[in-house]
Design a protein around this ligand. Structure first.
Ligand code: 13P
Ligand code: ZN
Length: 263
């Protein structure tokens, strides 16, 4: 199907970022998922499409999502194939006018990700709060997930400070750091709601022993956040494997960055 320029731009960005997730080694099998709110770009060509699925009930009514449209990667679909052939591995869904169910409208009847509760409840929160972010990305970055297996790192803001201190870029480009959601069942509403609680205060949310989630006005922004934090995690791991625990930049050095760069 041919879409308007804005939607084509969204689709090519989803494919681009899916490729990065695979290349990074963060997307084993079907690991990770992406959603993008395209409501503002939807034209009559899309609005007039009829449903190609039955009505699928949402876990709860999402009032801010009434009548909105999303591109969502499919459950069980591999990021390396999302990259190569997007619409065989993702679909466009439309939320009902009462916000209680959705239907798949294009292009094939590909069931959305099992993390749809998180994706849609986050979009519901973002729209409801007048936020500009339209993209949600969830992935499995190896070193960051490994760090959530270590209890001391789960204490409030311990991991943010450690990751900031590994390289100045992380302090500069992830100024709010990482929040951590205690282990919760993948795909659960609990996981979604605990994540939403941390979205305001942090750049990236880590799901204990599972993965990362981030939001952005486009997909590049949240991918870069996770990538930057992941670089810090790798530096930490690399130093440990050289036989020492890195001290990291001092509080004074980090404060200086904060001051000079207005973070
Ligand atoms: P899906 O294939 O359903 O998107 O699940 C992948 C995943 O990462 C679940 O957390
Ligand atoms: Zn996952």
């Amino acid at each position: 199907m041919k879409y308007n320029e804005k939607i084509e731009m969204v689709l090519s960005q989803i494919a681009e970022v899916a490729g990065y997730l695979w290349e990074k080694g963060w997307a084993e099998r079907n690991g990770g998922n992406i959603s993008y709110n395209i409501t503002e770009y939807v034209d009559d060509n899309i609005r007039t499409l009829s449903a190609i699925s039955e009505k699928i009930e949402l876990p709860e009514a999402m009032n801010a999502l009434k009548g909105s449209y999303f591109v969502v990667t499919g459950t069980g679909k591999r990021m390396r194939y999302v990259n190569k052939n997007l619409m065989d591995n993702a679909s466009i869904i439309r939320i009902s006018s009462d916000g209680t169910y959705y239907e798949i409208i294009a292009e094939k009847n590909i069931r959305p990700t099992s993390e749809l509760p998180s994706h849609l409840l986050i979009h519901n929160y973002l729209i409801g709060n007048g936020r500009r972010e339209r993209a949600v990305i969830h992935t499995h970055p190896i070193e960051l997930v490994a760090m959530t297996h270590h209890a001391p790192f789960l204490q409030k803001d311990v991991l943010s400070k450690l990751l900031w201190s590994m390289i100045p870029e992380t302090r500069a480009f992830c100024p709010k750091g990482v929040g951590i959601v205690s282990y919760a069942l993948p795909g659960s509403v609990l996981l979604a709601k605990e994540t939403i609680k941390l979205l305001e205060a942090y750049d990236v949310v880590l799901w204990e022993k599972h993965g990362a989630l981030a939001i952005g006005e486009d997909l590049i922004e949240p991918f870069d956040m996770i990538d930057t934090l992941s670089k810090s995690a790798k530096i930490y791991e690399s130093a440990c494997s050289m036989g020492f625990v890195p001290k990291g930049m001092s509080e004074e050095q980090m404060d200086e960055l904060k001051r000079v760069f207005n973070l």
